[in-house]
Write a protein that binds this ligand. Structure first.
Ligand SMILES: *[C@@H]1O[C@H](CO)[C@@H](O)[C@H](O)[C@H]1NC(C)=O
Ligand SMILES: *[C@@H]1O[C@H](CO)[C@@H](O)[C@H](O)[C@H]1NC(C)=O
Length: 407
């Protein structure tokens, strides 16, 4: 019996992988599917980390990418050799002031990281709908990205993330931010309403006024987490207050930010825009389990989705997270080498793709005729207020164990 089941799983897995190879990764029926050319990617890196920036090809094959690098001499070569990957390289120096106290943020490369999205827009102009912006070790899960963006209009000025700093932590439900226009806020979980700040739905997009509590109209934000990534609409990036020159002037005016993400967030804020939290996590009683951008609680199974499934460790919560996750911060420095971190990016992207197809196949019991054998578990946790907050017993136990193996 156990053997039969294993065999079935193995053949299903093989089918899932070949199925994936033959079809686009987006399931049929998602109405507003975005094409590769609707996206651009903006990344900043340094010479020593170039292999990481290039490792993100794992998820962005076919998508135009803008990469800012620290070494000017390398730029012509990089542009010539890697144009075939639709990559454009540009130079931006490290902080040049010998006194770190006068830098704009903590690390010498942070200013470059912060300028990357604005330089990318200067380069691409209005030729895209959405810009994916992250560190050189941020992976986006494109199916999750597609699902998320089908709810938003790129013509509006939108900055999206649900991994926002508050004081020195992230993600935090205390962060000042908006929820999407039309979001039903009447079912907000206690975890959110207990923070003393309840974000509001902003129409048509998030301004400072919408993001700040009515009692604190001139509040300040800390911003989104760079490693978790952010998604910007073309409607945001083409604002005159966010042109390359305007962003440069804004950032030159800032000092002692915690990182490039802080500089970017502060300049969006100065231009009048707050972050929109997609609000997905707020449909659940345990919001942190359902964060879309670099979900730290789900890290243990998100780092190897297909393995979690084939080992039988993927309960309803795990499946829900895999189906909706938007990004994953690889944390290049936690690997023995950047090259190994880059290899992991390819592995994770494949594993994620296989997991998505496997779950689709598992849900489609009718065409397999094996309802009782593999698909016998209750499908649950899919959307709905308060749903999906508990995995099965096995997953819960394993999660504890997984705590120590965080990357
Ligand atoms: C920049 O790249 C060039 C060409 O690869 C190399 O010769 C040079 O040492 C690099 N400079 C720095 C500061 O890394
Ligand atoms: C929001 O949710 C509440 C509670 O489930 C429901 O009664 C209400 O009709 C919803 N509002 C809208 C506009 O859907």
């Amino acid at each position: 019996m156990a053997l039969t089941r294993l065999y079935l799983l193995a053949s299903l897995l093989a089918t899932a992988i070949s199925f994936r190879a033959a079809h686009a990764t987006i399931p049929e029926g998602s109405a507003q599917e975005l094409a590769d050319d609707d996206f651009v990617v903006a990344i900043s890196t340094a010479s020593s980390r170039l292999v990481l920036a290039q490792g993100t090809r794992a998820y962005r094959a076919g998508i135009r990418t803008f990469i800012m690098n620290s070494n000017e001499t390398e730029i012509p070569f990089l542009n010539k050799v890697y144009a075939k990957y639709r990559e454009t390289y540009e130079y931006f120096p490290d902080e040049e002031d010998p006194d770190p106290k006068r830098w704009h943020a903590k690390n010498p490369g942070d200013f470059r990281a912060a300028m990357a999205p604005f330089a990318a827009h200067r380069h691409f102009g209005n030729t895209y709908k959405w810009m994916l912006y992250g560190d050189d070790d941020t992976l986006f899960f494109m199916r999750g990205v597609q699902q998320l963006l089908s709810n938003f209009d790129p013509e509006l000025p939108l900055a999206l993330s649900d991994n926002l700093w508050y004081e020195t932590g992230h993600p935090r439900l205390e962060s000042f931010r908006c929820l999407p226009c039309g979001f039903n806020t009447s079912n907000m979980p206690a975890a959110q309403t207990d923070t003393g700040y309840t974000p509001r739905a902003a129409c048509p997009y998030c301004t400072r006024k919408d993001a700040c509590p009515p009692s604190k109209p001139s509040c300040a934000i800390t911003g989104a987490h760079g490693g978790a990534g952010m998604i910007f609409s073309v409607g945001l990036m083409r604002q005159l207050d966010l042109s390359y020159d305007a962003a440069l002037a804004c950032m030159n005016d800032l000092r002692h930010c915690s990182g490039g993400d802080c500089l970017v967030s502060q300049c969006l804020w100065r231009a009048g825009y707050g972050f929109t939290d997609p609000g997905f996590s707020l449909q659940y009683t345990q919001p942190y389990d359902h964060v879309l951008f670099d979900n730290m609680e789900a890290r243990w199974f998100l780092k190897s989705p297909i393995e979690s499934i084939t080992m039988g460790n993927c309960g309803p919560l795990c499946r829900n997270v895999i189906q909706h996750a938007v990004s994953y911060h690889v944390r290049g420095k936690s690997f023995p080498s950047f090259a190994k971190a880059a290899a992991f990016m390819y592995g994770l992207t494949e594993s994620y793709g296989a997991a998505i197809e496997f779950l689709a196949l598992q849900a489609d019991r009718g065409s397999r005729g094996v309802a009782a054998a593999v698909g016998g578990e209750e499908e649950g946790g899919e959307g709905g207020a308060g749903g999906g907050t508990n995995g099965d017993g096995l997953w819960e136990a394993e999660e504890e164990e997984g705590k120590g193996t965080d990357l």
